[in-house]
Write a new protein. Structure first.
Length: 198
């Protein structure tokens, strides 16, 4: 039978090899996949509460990969591994580690020099990491959780509300989110900050 995924605007299609990484072979629909992924993500949220998170730990390639692995490892065999193919979004896959290192370094600089507000630093990080597109899939949800972790554990502020949505369904909330991302792509980060906070 196989997995039948219906991609919505802004989602990254998986190639055949990546689809082969599905661990739960009984999943055949997008809805089933979304449900299993959401259960896995909720376990990752519990994990973030149980580990002692400090800036030195968060701002590392290891933590960024570990978080993705915690979010998706029960569903995908490639969870936590950088993608090994180019996508409809993101940089050349061979450049991921270099671009991520630069993002981490830039973010540490912004934090130390208070270059932007905590909200703007967190959303700038989120926007750039999703633009790099480190993983075969799950980059949007991973980047939003990373922004929340920066807010809570680095800045000691409340996590973003993200319209109380995981943005999986192709609805008006997702359309607003994609529109705010496109604005950020053009250099206007404010709509994405506003979206995250509402």
């Amino acid at each position: 039978m196989g997995l039948k995924i219906k991609y919505t605007a802004g989602q990254t299609p998986l190639n055949e090899d990546e689809q082969e990484g599905l661990k739960i072979k009984s999943i055949t629909t997008q809805q089933e996949l979304d449900e299993f992924e959401q259960l896995n993500i909720e376990k990752a949220l519990q994990w973030t509460l149980s580990v002692h998170l400090k800036q030195e730990k968060i701002m590392t390639e290891k933590f960024i990969k570990d978080l993705h692995k915690k979010m998706y490892s029960e569903v995908w065999s490639w969870a936590g591994d950088f993608r090994k193919s180019d996508k409809n979004i993101g940089i050349d896959w061979t450049q991921i580690a270099i671009a991520l290192k630069k993002l981490i370094d830039d973010t540490i600089y912004w934090i130390e020099h208070k270059t932007y507000s905590p909200e703007e630093i967190s959303i700038r990080f989120k926007h750039r990491i999703v633009a790099i597109h480190c993983f075969p899939n799950g980059n949007g949800r991973h980047s939003r959780l990373m922004a929340d972790i920066l807010m809570e554990y680095i800045f000691d502020k409340e996590a973003f509300s993200w319209h109380k949505s995981n943005m999986v369904k192709a609805n008006e909330t997702r359309k607003s989110y994609i529109k705010a991302l496109r604005e950020a792509d053009k250099g206007n980060i404010n709509p994405l900050i506003a979206f995250a906070k509402s």
